[in-house]
Design a protein around this ligand. Sequence first.
Ligand code: PLP
Length: 375
Amino acid sequence: MDYAADTRCIHGNGHKFEDGNNAISFPIYQTASFSHLTPGHNLNGFDYTRESNPTRAYLEETVSSLEYAYDTVAFASGMAAIATVFELFKPGDHIIVGEDLYGGVVRLITQICKKNGYETEYVDTSDINALKKALRADTKAVYFETPTNPMMHITDIKAVAAIAHEKGARVIVDNTFMTPCFQNPLKEGADIVVHSGTKYLSGHNDTICGFVCSAEKETADRIRLLSKTTGATLGPFEAWLCMRGLKTLSLRMERHKSNAEAVKEYLAGKKGVSKVYYAGSGMISFTVESPELAVSILKNVKLITFAESLGGTESLITYPCVQTHPDVPKEQRERLGITDSLLRLSVGIENPADIIADLDSAFAAAAKETGEDLE
Ligand SMILES: Cc1ncc(COP(=O)(O)O)c(C=O)c1O
């Protein structure tokens, strides 16, 4: 029987463990190595923690059950996961990437992967006709976020899968913003899902991790080979922290979303806010009337913290042009709307009235500082 998603956050799909002591919480196997019984034979298949570890394996099975994956590998960060996925390609391959992406992925493509000799092309994947035109016989993958970070554009995963698969291209989706609670890309036809597990999955702004979830065996085997060889796999303690966070994922996501909807309403009616971008989950981006106003708001929030990252219990506000997207060329940033007046808000799970009151007093203080009339 398949359990519902909120049950799977806690129990996976019913996988049990026996630690000999009847512990309820899965133990942290803080060990680098495991003893062998005879040459080539070890107790439960565990050999050396770079390759596999029981705590990490339990987490991976839980995430696999949430994402409907054949297999999942947990990495030391979202970027380690994504960099490993880009190792699937070879010189000459054509790879389409969404044009609005987390800045670290743009840096990976432009400053690291370039030497690998594959051709990456930016396309607005939310425009299926544009994608159709860009797909070629030698296109090996379409990689995108939906919604995108930070502009919240939505791509129709099913439609992308239909046209990409006709060309034999893999569909790779970053599901960090929606999480498996709100979206299951593998069920929509994607081949690979990546996550910054640092964000909603862990959920408490206290650990860095990432995931690659594969729909089928061949890709899964290759990702396992790459992960055990290049070695950026997740440590046992971080795996345990993420697992603890995951248990409350569905509860947190409901609250992130309802809080974000309340904050969105507030921002939509606030003088000085020129545009609000929202696509579900707990993330909101918005532009204000001037860069000075944006910087002053960042300075004047008190409950909300001016910091990079998202998806944790605490509300964070980010300045994408300086913090998350400085490596995206300025011309590309401006075209996408990542201007000096854009702010990104990760709405936490505090009382929504306190979050709104904090924003309101930051706007009032910023109005005084910049001389703008926001009443
Ligand atoms: C959408 C998205 N994907 C991937 C990453 C990278 O994840 P990490 O910071 O865990 O390496 C981030 C980081 O902010 C992100 O926002």
